[in-house]
Design a protein around this ligand. Structure first.
Ligand code: V55
Ligand code: FE
Length: 519
């Protein structure tokens, strides 16, 4: 059997993906194979991982009127979009799956029917490589190895997250501007979307923008904003019509992977982690980042709509937090709920000191970070909230910039201490009671990050459906979309949409409500 790009031995994959449960935990736990120890440091890492929701597919797929078991709720109408890395050509030695080309999909749900479609984002990189029939940008965020023919082209893979804007879906990679695709057809409209020239073509755009709960504005940022390795972060807000309504620039204490952020009614929050830019490693042909355990973390915040001069950084020990569940401010304090790992969250990224991957230190639990808005802070506070291993927590996205109560995530069953036996679960956490509800899908599936769809635009927080893709490990990864009542996960799926094939790989997904489609 020929090997897919980025794949590992099937037996390793099965064993590890089951260990993993879900999300980036699947990333970490699937990463087992080691290159020989005489290889340079960045090549001693686990092979680019595969497994479950990260398994390469390559084929673009259309399925009209998918087979549905159960009944699609009549008040569930809209589109579930996602993207993930699906290497167009085999990954170069030492490269990581985070560099795979973005393959975008929709489950379009309406009138009890589901149509499924996937398309690669036709990024400048994809199109150039397609013409050349080979990889031209062989290393994750290291342009020094690029083929000379692609100089000046966008390096975006559009493989991390998607968000809707006007009649488009924007496919995001944090090193570049968005790639705009048609909301219905997934045809690429603009490979380097700059909001009509309001943002510089060279300015990156985060994969984790927030949608303002009050205005519907997109609140976003771009780090390394003034060119490769820049310590400037541009922060800005774009209204529903596409007009930039606010922007400022701040500086980070050092250049690290600034993957996500948080927005409250009045503040912008950043958390700077020690996955720092590593020029030496890049010179040796490696990736952009290495884990530098000797660096501090910085929890920082400043006023939205201001000039950024009030920015405060509060220092803490080395640890990582890459995904926000929610954030809010209350009685003079600011809170960020985020998944936290004790060390390098991505075991397939090198440690600067050359130490081997530490899977325990890369395990994510949801924590609440907080600090005084005005008073003095002796460090930031940190509190573990749940015993759930959940690198990709989500919320009801109508609450992106408001106090919120519920979170949703894929996680291995916390009641089964043996990770090899633990089933993959979807969980809903209640931050008010600090309790959670689970649906256990068993240990023969890998569950991708779920998305929440409200029953109506005005439904209560968390009143609606939780959806996610289940990759069946014992069916060659043939996949289902499972749809659960978000308030009664423990009852199991209301409807299961059975794809005839493996779903395309997924990192993050996004729900577009029916009322957000152009008429
Ligand atoms: C992440 C994913 C990326 C990336 C940087 O989940 C961070 C975190 C899929 O690509 O480039
Ligand atoms: Fe992410």
């Amino acid at each position: 059997m020929s090997k897919e790009p980025g794949s590992i031995d099937r037996r390793e994959f099965l064993g590890s993906a089951m260990l993993a449960g879900a999300g980036a935990a699947a990333l970490s736990a699937s990463a087992q194979a080691q290159a020989p120890s005489s290889a340079p440091r960045e090549q001693q890492r686990p092979l680019p991982l595969s497994g479950g929701n990260f398994a390469p597919l390559r084929a673009e797929v259309d399925v009209r009127d998918c087979v549905v078991e159960g009944k699609i709720p009549s008040d569930l109408s809209g589109g579930f979009y996602a993207t993930g890395p699906d290497p167009q050509y085999p990954l170069a030695k030492g490269n990581i799956l985070f560099d795979g080309e973005g393959h975008v999909r929709i489950f379009r749900i309406r009138d009890g029917r589901v149509d499924y479609r996937t398309r690669y984002a036709r990024t400048e990189r994809y199109v150039a490589q397609d013409k050349a029939r080979r990889s031209l940008m062989p290393m994750y965020r290291n342009p020094s190895l690029d083929d000379p023919s692609v100089k000046g082209l966008s390096r975006s893979t559009a493989n991390t997250h998607v968000i809707n804007h006007k009649n488009m879906i924007l496919a995001l990679k944090e090193d570049s501007p968005p790639t705009a695709m048609d909301l219905n057809t997934l045809e690429t409209i603009d490979p380097v979307f700059t909001f009509d020239g309001q943002l510089p073509r060279t300015q990156p755009f985060t994969a984790h923008p927030k949608v303002c709960s009050q205005t519907g504005n997109i609140v976003a940022f771009g780090y390394e904003a003034k060119g490769f390795g820049s310590d400037v972060v541009a922060v800005f807000e774009i209204d529903k019509q596409g007009k930039k309504v606010w922007g400022t620039e701040i500086k980070v204490p050092y250049v690290g992977l600034l993957h996500d952020f948080a927005v409250t009614e009045n503040h912008i929050i950043f958390f700077v982690i020690p996955l720092a830019i590593d020029y030496e490693q890049m010179k040796r042909g490696g990736i952009h980042w290495s884990w530098d355990k000797d660096r501090k973390t910085y929890f920082g915040f400043f006023r939205r709509y201001g000039d950024g001069k009030d920015l405060k950084w509060i220092e803490g020990p080395a640890r990582s937090g890459t995904h926000t569940m929610g954030a809010f401010e209350d009685k003079g304090r600011i809170y960020l709920d985020t998944e936290i790992t004790a060390g390098n969250p991505f075991p397939f990224m090198p440690n600067k000191d050359g130490s081997p991957p530490d899977l325990a230190a890369s395990t994510s639990y949801i924590h609440r970070l907080s600090a005084n808005l005005n008073g003095r802070n002796k460090g930031y506070s940190i509190e573990k909230m749940y015993p759930l291993i959940a690198p990709l927590p989500r919320q009801d996205d109508r609450y992106n910039t408001m106090p919120y109560r519920y979170g949703f995530m894929a996680c291995p069953d916390p009641n089964e201490p043996d990770r090899a036996k633990a089933g993959a679960c979807y969980a809903r956490v209640d931050n008010q009671t600090r309790t959670f509800k689970l649906w256990n899908a068993g240990n023969r599936v890998s569950l991708a990050e779920p998305v929440f769809a409200p029953k109506s635009p005005t439904a209560r927080e968390g009143e609606g459906y939780l959806m996610g893709v289940a990759y069946h490990l014992d069916q060659g990864l043939r996949s289902d979309l499972v749809i659960l009542d978000a308030e009664h996960l423990e009852e199991g799926p209301i409807a299961t949409v059975r794809l005839p094939v493996q779903a395309s790989p997924q990192v993050h997904g996004w729900w577009v409500r029916e009322d957000q489609y152009p008429v």
